[in-house]
Write a protein that binds this ligand. Structure first.
Ligand code: 1GP
Length: 251
């Protein structure tokens, strides 16, 4: 099994190097928009493009991935909202198990059904413990998952969930307040979770400014994911990227 990308995540964490992932929703882009995002991403030193959404309606994931890949070496990683969001052209797949919820379909059921297709795609699979944290309002992910998010002030539950996920073999932990969350995840929760796991910690949901991204990294996030805010204002790519990379140990 390939693990080139995962090695990068792990090695950067060891080196104290923080990362910025721009989340692209295939439903909200066209080729011209992708060109712009790639150009700005290259200029700003974006580390990854995550591609996906809780509800991808259009059917041009392959085209999106191919379009990005023809223009940049920045890795394209799938962040799928459902097993149908698979593209063999991507560099890697966050193979998500919703460990914060108690919906067996999203813990293991859909994985069983899609396992042959995922294996056959040949892309790098990164087992990811996915934790949805209450972001102050119902988000698409909280509705679609049909599972209660972890309350935003229950840091101990988040800690124990991440620990259990890691001990079950998850290589990455992704804490997400949901796209467009009103309340992003608190630094207190990030700090607690980061203190009990070795797996790289991905944080996203409702991050709209460089200050928040900076504080998240200082609290222990290894990868910051931003989608919505960049859809509204692409100039944030540079500002947020600079803020995140300024927190790297070697910076
Ligand atoms: C959502 O973590 C991502 O799953 C990013 O959220 O779109 O709010 O940046 P935003």
């Amino acid at each position: 099994m390939k693990h080139r990308l995962y090695d990068i995540f792990r090695d950067r964490k060891k080196a104290g190097r923080k990362n910025f992932a721009v989340l692209i929703d295939p439903d909200k882009v066209n080729p011209a928009k992708l060109d712009e995002l790639v150009r700005l991403g290259e200029d700003a030193g974006v580390d990854y493009f995550f591609l996906g959404g809780s509800l991808v309606i259009s059917n041009h994931l392959d085209e999106c991935v191919k379009h990005i890949k023809t223009q940049t070496g920045i890795p394209v990683i799938l962040f799928p909202g459902s097993p149908s969001q698979l593209s063999r052209y991507a560099d890697g797949l966050l193979y998500l198990s919703l460990i914060s919820g108690r919906n067996p379909e999203l813990l293991i059921g859909q994985h069983v059904i899609s396992a042959p297709a995922v294996r056959q795609s040949g892309i790098e699979i990164m087992p990811t413990g996915y934790m949805v944290i209450d972001g102050g309002a119902p988000t698409t992910v909280s509705y679609i998952s049909n599972a209660a998010p972890i309350p935003s002030d229950k840091n101990e539950i988040a800690m124990c969930t991440a620990m259990a996920g890691e001990m079950l073999g998850m290589k990455l932990i992704y804490m997400d307040a949901g796209s467009g969350a009103r309340k992003p995840i608190t630094e207190a929760m990030i700090e607690k979770v980061a203190s009990v796991i070795e797996a790289p910690l991905i944080i996203g949901g409702g991050i709209t400014d460089p200050e928040k991204a900076y504080m998240n990294c200082k609290a222990g996030a290894d990868v910051i994911v931003v989608g919505n805010a960049i859809e509204k204002d692409v100039s944030l790519i540079r500002e947020i990227s600079d803020a995140i990379h300024s927190t790297s140990v070697e910076a």
